[in-house]
Ligand binder design. Sequence first.
Ligand SMILES: [Zn+2]
Length: 49
Amino acid sequence: MANKKIALACAQCGSRNYTITENPQRQQRLEVKKFCKYCGQHTLHRETK
Ligand SMILES: [Zn+2]
């Protein structure tokens, strides 16, 4: 049972700054506020396929 890996991309500049391992049971779309070094601030990050 391997957890799937998800890349989190900045909603402002589109950079994929984080990779997380997510529970495959989860259904809703992931949105997290994280620091983007390209934007220089905390921005919303969304999962990418
Ligand atoms: Zn950014």
